[in-house]
Design a protein around this ligand. Structure first.
Ligand code: BJW
Length: 231
């Protein structure tokens, strides 16, 4: 039975009220990414970075999964083959929609880690630069987020799934950030059927065989319904 790999981005959580990055009024129109999403920015001003992610964590906790998250959880549950969900999102809306296995390649808002000893633990609602690491005691705690210049999580596992997939679908991502932006090329090279579901054409639209345009809360449930009702 066919194996489906799905990559999601900020667009899937937009209708849950969480901002995207590069759309008009997106996160990067309000914050300087060099200051809040790089290790150098964190080194210069950890308090500012904690403030940014404390706010994003509070927003994510107040948000609810939408019909697109629900539909992908249904696909995982009802598809007779394997469904691998790789998300660039740091919110937990896929999990709260009931998705069992989620690969968070850019980390998770609800996790903390120590920049000194690499210990990981659940993030408190508010993190501060003065919080000591529970393992080594250093004042080096940071959100467990993959910033620019850092290596995304689980790349070996993701590459393995991409080489084995029959269908690769990209949902709500602009295709401007690597390595995720390269996944469609890898899937195409392996002969997978590639599908883009996005509000509007992305940078990478020309590389997909099948395209659906519109709000994720509408086009993702329709796509899942069509997949599950195919003989
Ligand atoms: C809707 C919708 C609705 C809206 N329904 N759709 C030059 C060339 C190539 C690469 C590089 C380069 N210079 C530097 C690099 C590398 C760099 C990179 O890619 N930079 C680019 C900007 C050029 N990448 C890295 O540094 C990465 N690490 C790396 O490459 O390590 C090397 C390595 C890799 C692999 C193996 C070994 C070594 C790390 C990238 C980390 C990204 N981090 C961020 C911030 C942290 C997380 C956070 O704070 O949330 O992650 S950046 C930000 O962008 C965030 C996102 O996950 C990521 C992707 O954004 P996304 O999800 O696509 O959002 P948008 O806003 O861009 O798009 C939303 C889309 O939704 C739009 O298309 C809308 O139309 C659509 N939409 N409403 C459906 N209702």
């Amino acid at each position: 039975m066919k194996k489906i790999v799905i990559l999601t981005g900020a667009g899937i959580s937009a209708e849950s009220g969480l901002g995207t990055f590069r759309d008009k009024d997106g996160v990067w129109s309000q914050y300087d990414l060099e200051e809040v999403a790089t290790p150098e920015g964190f080194f210069r001003n950890p308090e500012k970075v904690h403030h940014f992610y404390n706010m994003r964590r509070a927003n994510a906790m107040a948000a609810q999964p939408n019909a697109a998250h629900d539909a992908l959880a249904r696909l995982e549950r009802d598809w007779p083959g394997q469904v691998i969900l790789v998300t660039q999102n740091i919110d937990d809306l896929h999990e709260r929609a009931g998705h069992q296995r989620v690969i968070h390649m850019h980390g998770e808002l609800m996790e903390a880690k120590c920049a000194a000893c690499d210990a990981h633990w659940p993030a408190p609602e508010r993190m501060r630069a003065s919080d000591p690491c529970p393992e080594c005691g250093e004042l080096s705690t940071r959100p467990d987020i993959v910033w620019f210049g850092e290596i995304p999580y689980d790349m070996d596992l993701i590459e393995k799934h991409l080489t084995q997939c029959d269908v690769f679908a990209s949902v709500g991502t602009s295709g401007q950030v690597y390595p995720a932006a390269g996944f469609v090329l890898q899937a195409n090279a392996m002969g997978a059927h590639t599908v883009e579901l996005n509000l509007e054409p992305s940078e990478l639209s020309g590389m997909f065989e099948e395209r659906h345009e519109g709000p994720a809360s509408e086009i993702v449930p329709d796509w899942v319904e069509a997949l599950l009702s195919r003989p």
